[in-house]
Design a protein around this ligand. Structure first.
Ligand code: ASP
Length: 423
């Protein structure tokens, strides 16, 4: 009883890390017989798989429907465009660093028959992939777990919903508001279930990691360190080079920007939640950066919902880690697909701790790597999950910095910035 009380009352992150460490030790010490606990890991993978489609559908619909159609005007359009462009650069940077540093390269994860289905040779061509984004039957796409067409339909649904909510016909606006509330409520429900699943994560991670280390030995620690390095390196380059350059081009002093943005960046780093950091970012934008309310009151919440550059970088690197770890080297066409899906996935990622690792499954799915129980992909995914908290801190800080940088640039170009704050 006491142990259960300890289990549920102690910090979840600490427990997951403990699961990882104990898994490593147990795997190395016990060796191959540890395979008997494989089902404990499979239950975890099944539970994650169970929740991914419902989470994607609810959060994407809400994300797309939260953009007020009126805000899709000049300021909104500009912010949206820059958000999307910087995110594409972010994924590309993640892929570049992943290709250079090759995390997971040469790991020989224990093979299984189920991975054969994930052979990249069977992946469709780029043109086909783009065509397939438009579903012929959205319900079929949903029920078979086909991500891209599902995302496409959900975004379309969300945009239509946001228009209808503003309709002059009260019947339509009421009905649309009801649907919005249903999805909003459903998204909350899904996140509650995700939290419950995460309560089991320490045990699941323990079992999955123990099996990996029983086969691999201590050498498997190197690739995880390399993944962390690649993710952080790419994020630093993105923050200082991409944002720095963008700010300079628009005439905003980057050094001053980073000084002013520091409280928001630090809050994001420790809370691991862009949504939770929003009050701090708004205060920074208002008091320290002198940005007009009309700009930041729209662009910061929008950014906290859809602009996740750190998450996009992380997805690029982690997809490469997983594909190297299972010995499936990605083709150029597959990496282009990753850019598209990571962009969409980062839009659909909620600004809460750990959301990115759920969306990572979506990106993996799009290139035929399925996180199924008993597959190498699931093992490699579990390894990422073990270090996810460390990666989440950096990516949330990057996400929030991106929101502020884009808001600054939009405000400056629209002359909505009090320049006396920048003297
Ligand atoms: N924690 C991140 C955020 O709030 C999202 C993620 O998990 O990638 O921005």
């Amino acid at each position: 009883m006491k142990i259960l009380r300890w289990y549920f009352n102690s910090n979840l992150l600490m427990r997951i890390m403990l699961g990882l460490i104990l898994g490593v030790v147990c795997g190395i010490v016990v060796g191959p017989p540890v395979a008997v606990i494989t089902p404990l890991g499979s239950i975890f993978v099944r539970a994650l798989k169970m929740i991914v489609m419902p989470v994607v559908v609810c959060t994407l619909v809400i994300g797309a429907a939260s953009v007020h159609p009126k805000n899709l005007g000049k300021v909104g359009g500009k912010a949206l465009l820059i958000y999307l462009v910087t995110t594409v650069i972010a994924v590309a940077l993640g892929l570049l660093c992943g290709n250079l540093l090759k995390p997971g390269f040469g790991m020989q994860l224990p093979a299984s028959a189920a991975d054969v289905a994930a052979n990249p040779a069977a992946a469709p061509s780029l043109v086909e992939t783009i065509m397939n984004i438009v579903p012929t039957n959205p319900f079929a796409a949903l029920s078979t777990g086909n991500m891209l067409p599902t995302i496409f339909f959900c975004i379309l649904f969300g945009i239509a919903l946001s228009h209808l909510r503003e309709s002059d016909d009260p019947r339509k606006s009421n009905a649309a508001q009801t649907i919005f509330n249903v999805f909003d409520g459903a998204a909350e429900v899904m996140y509650m279930i995700v939290n419950w699943i995460l309560q089991y994560a320490p045990i699941g991670v323990f079992a999955l990691i123990a099996v990996v280390f029983a086969e691999q030995g201590p050498e498997a620690l190197g690739p995880l360190g390399m993944t962390t390095l690649a993710v952080y390196f790419a994020m630093l380059v993105h923050i200082f080079l991409t944002y720095g350059l963008m700010l300079t081009i628009f005439g905003v002093n980057p050094v001053k920007f980073f000084q002013k943005a520091k409280p928001a960046m630090l809050t994001a780093f420790v809370t691991r939640s862009s949504g939770g950091t929003l009050p701090v970012s708004m205060e920074v934008a208002d008091l320290d950066m002198g940005i007009a309310k009309g700009v930041y009151s729209f662009s910061l919440p929008l950014g906290a919902t859809i602009n996740m550059d750190g998450t996009a970088i992380y997805q690029g690197v982690c997809v490469l880690f997983i594909s190297f770890a299972i010995g499936n080297h990605l083709t150029i066409a597959q990496q282009l697909t990753v850019i598209t899906t990571a962009l969409l996935a980062s839009i659909g990622t909620a600004g809460v701790p750990g959301a990115g690792v759920i969306m990572l499954m979506l990106v993996l799915n799009s290139i035929g790597l399925k996180v199924e129980p008993g597959t190498k992909t699931a093992l490699a995914y579990a390894m990422i999950l073990g270090i996810d908290a460390i990666l989440d801190m950096g990516r949330t800080a990057t996400n929030v910095t991106g929101d502020l940088a884009v808001t600054c640039v939009v405000a400056k170009s629209e002359r909505q910035m009090d320049l006396s704050k920048w003297k």
